[in-house]
Design a protein around this ligand. Structure first.
Ligand code: SF4
Length: 115
């Protein structure tokens, strides 16, 4: 499968998962395409569509927490930001993702304590 076809397939696979979690794809086609392209490269290299914005470790169990869409593993943190770490997904009610702030994981203390 070529990269374009795989990007399309990932999009189709991810959409219902994100939807169930209350998220949608970022409204910018360009951003979505860029991130999916990176995931396709990572998948080719490492076997899974890992997050393009989080570093892989040597621990397989840890790495499984950053296979896209990684929202279930970071639910409280992402819900507080209304976006996933990369911004590939945003909460369904978000119309302008540029207003959303990234909260570094070490600054996120838990629900209701963002920042
Ligand atoms: S942060 Fe976003 S793009 Fe990265 S793996 Fe998680 S859901 Fe996917």
């Amino acid at each position: 499968m070529n990269a374009e076809a795989r990007k399309k397939a990932l999009r189709t696979l991810f959409a219902p998962v994100a939807d169930k979690l209350g998220y949608k794809f970022h409204p910018s086609e360009e951003d979505v395409d860029f991130l999916l392209e990176a995931e396709v490269s990572l998948e080719k290299r490492y076997g899974s569509p890992y997050c393009p914005c989080q570093a892989l470790s040597k621990e397989r169990a840890e790495n499984m927490k950053i296979v896209c869409p990684c929202i279930p593993f970071h639910r409280e943190h992402y819900d507080a930001m209304k976006r996933c770490w990369c911004g590939l997904f945003v909460h369904k009610d978000v119309t302008d993702p540029s207003k959303l702030k990234q909260i570094p994981p070490d600054k996120f203390k838990g629900p209701g304590k963002a920042g």
